[in-house]
Structure formats: C-alpha cells, structure tokens
Design a protein around this ligand. Structure first.
Ligand SMILES: Nc1ncnc2c1ncn2[C@@H]1O[C@H](COP(=O)(O)OP(=O)(O)O)[C@@H](O)[C@H]1O
Ligand SMILES: [Mg+2]
Length: 131
C-alpha cells in the first residue's frame, strides 16, 4: 500500500529534520491508494525532495508548518499529492528554483503525472497522477 510506505518515509524524514527544526510542524493526511512498487518509489523520491527542501529552505526563522496530503479524487481515477509550506516565497526568477522544479518534474513524468507549482504564500506543489 503506497500510503503505508509514504507514511513510514515521512516519519523517517520528520525524525531527522524535525529534530533540527523543533518548531516546524508537519501534518500529513494519507489516503489508501494502490500503486505498484515502481511508482510508489518514485513518489517517495518526490516527497523526500520536497520535504527536504521545505525543512532546509522555507523557514529561516525556524518556525512554520508543512502539509502533505495524498488523496484519491472523488471518482477514484486520480491521486493527488500536495506538499505545501507556509514559509518564505521563493523567487520565480531564481535559477536555483528552476533546478529544483526541473528535478521534480522529471520524476513526475516518470509516473505519468502532472505537476503544478505555486509560490504565492510559501511553496505549494500539486502532483496529479492516474491510478
Ligand atoms: N520550499 C521552499 N521554500 C523556499 N525556497 C525553496 C524551497 N524549495 C526550494 N527552495 C529554493 O530553491 C533552491 C533550489 O532547491 P534545490 O534544487 O532542491 O537545491 P538545494 O536544496 O540543493 O539548494 C533552494 O536553494 C532554495 O533557495
Ligand atoms: Mg533540495
């Protein structure tokens, strides 16, 4: 079950980074979604990259909140992964931001998904994938 794997992975990340940033709260809400091992692994890489970035870059003051959710849409044909933080907005024109988005985009393509990124208040990534 992808959600069990993702839940365990998120816990590992929280154990490591949460210890360094005790005032960053992470909330996760994970539906049970069936994914084969290959796709679940790629999703794990995406989550690891985005959570690591949020912990490392989003909160210069050391305080904030990260939300991860993995849900099926109402009709059950698609799964939606959202990773968002309420930290600093990252500069759209910054070359480095494009690097990070490029990597995630590559991973999303591997699982036939689509990526939407916004940075109006903190960073927000939405990955939609067929299930
Ligand atoms: N959640 C985030 N909030 C604010 N800035 C971010 C976030 N994620 C990435 N960034 C910015 O984008 C840059 C590129 O990220 P990335 O390609 O993952 O490289 P790295 O994490 O090795 O610096 C980061 O250095 C940071 O400036
Ligand atoms: Mg990074």
């Amino acid at each position: 079950m992808a959600s069990t794997y993702l839940g365990a992975l998120i816990k590992e990340i929280v154990d490591i980074y949460g210890a360094l940033a005790p005032n960053v709260l992470l909330e996760s809400a994970l539906d049970d979604v069936e994914l084969n091992l290959d796709r679940a692994s790629v999703l794990g890489l995406i989550v690891t990259e985005l959570l690591t970035n949020a912990y490392m870059h989003a909160f210069p003051t050391g305080t904030g909140r990260i939300d991860v959710s993995f849900k099926k849409d109402r009709r059950g044909h698609r799964a939606l992964l959202t990773v968002s933080d309420n930290g600093i907005c990252f500069d759209d024109n910054k070359q480095s931001k494009r690097t990070c988005v490029k990597l995630v985009k590559m991973l999303v393509q591997q699982i036939d998904g689509e990526l939407a990124v916004s940075s109006a208040s903190g960073a927000r990534y939405l990955v939609t994938l067929p299930v």
